[in-house]
Design a protein around this ligand. Sequence first.
Ligand code: RBF
Length: 166
Amino acid sequence: MKKTNLSEHNAAEVPNGAHYRIGVVVAEWNSDITNALAQGALDTLLHYGVAADNIPIVHVPGSFELTTGADLMLKNDSTLDAVICIGCVIQGETRHFDFICEAVSQGLTNVALKHEKPVIFSLLTTNDMQQALDRAGGKHGNKGVEGAVTALKMVAMQRQLEQQKR
Ligand code: RBF
């Protein structure tokens, strides 16, 4: 599947989230972008039936801290089914781009494996601010929407596997 728009998805394939509890960690760096991504994720989770009370949200200073934020959320709330991590790193504006992107992608993978829960990478890694705007509700959709749909699908997948366990 190749998508041209991050918000694009087949609603019929998205599980109902009425009994799911999904945390969201939002980085404050580039907050105009990350708040738009968080709103996209929140609206999508609500749309697919997740109760507002079952969407705890925490903020961390920057994308580098998403790993710790996700780890602490999962450690302190065993009822969480998944965590969506939202950030925006812009290459033209940071020499740390490669370090941060590498650390976050590796870090979130480790957190997911440690807690055995889906941890979703909703991190925009763009060359410039315009590319970020295009993916935070602009012409390429909203990566927060994609993250929410991914979380719902992953929780359903995990529950299905657990039910079929033998
Ligand atoms: N955090 C982001 O989420 N996006 C960025 O584009 C970003 N650029 C940074 C550039 C520099 C030079 C530094 C020092 C930090 C940057 N951070 C950024 C913050 C980083 O994720 C983290 O919060 C801080 O390094 C503190 O650990």
